[in-house]
Design a protein around this ligand. Sequence first.
Ligand code: NAP
Length: 216
Amino acid sequence: MHVGILGGTGPAGLGLGVRLAHAGMRVTIGSRDPLRAEEVVAELLAARPEHQLAIEGADNAGAAKADMVVVATPWESAQSTVRGVAESLRDTVVISMANALVREGKEMLALIPPRGSVAAGIQYALPQSQVVAAFHHLPAAQMFDLASGLTADVLICSDWPEATAATSALIERIEGLRPLDAGSLNQAAAIEAFTAVCITLNIHYRAHSTLRLAGI
Ligand SMILES: NC(=O)c1ccc[n+]([C@@H]2O[C@H](COP(=O)([O-])OP(=O)(O)OC[C@H]3O[C@@H](n4cnc5c(N)ncnc54)[C@H](OP(=O)(O)O)[C@@H]3O)[C@@H](O)[C@H]2O)c1
């Protein structure tokens, strides 16, 4: 499995990329600037000589050629980024991990993007792709540190059952993560907005909490 990450040079994309590569997948970290992606990946690999991670850097167009593609840009640039590579994303599972948030003092607040969620906006921009929302609540630093003991539930939603199943299978391969099917893409609004609550809790309690649902 080859996974591409658009905007993968940020903490979220890099953290997820490390976890995916550690789980045995080939990962392409995408960027607007391929040289930046190559530099970031070289630094990452140099810091982990003990691991054989199949990660490479490329421009976003290169990352969009993968079997599955993750959108890890800031939410405002998610639609324009996927539009720029829409042809490569045709008939592809595209996973949005972007959250529309703003910080006000000690609180993180959720914004309401056009169409209700970032993921719904991406699905609108990519009518020929199977858009999934996932990975919103995973803290980047804990993903990046393979020794952090990361354990978390990952809420997934999509209007495409096969895409939900493919994303669940991807998540199951990552040690410590449990995929949970949260329903249609309509749920992305609540899932994305809940990230504001998770981060506010972390600010209040000076914690690095992850989401775990009891009873399932
Ligand atoms: N940080 C977390 O813990 C976390 C966890 C879960 C989900 N998320 C979500 O994941 C997304 C990425 O988070 P992050 O903290 O990694 O963000 P970030 O560092 O601000 O941005 C990620 C990458 O997006 C690219 N980018 C920035 N501005 C852009 C623009 N105008 N157009 C196109 N690309 C642009 C940049 O890559 P290049 O300059 O190399 O192109 C940047 O390295 C966010 O939507 C966030 O809500 C974050």
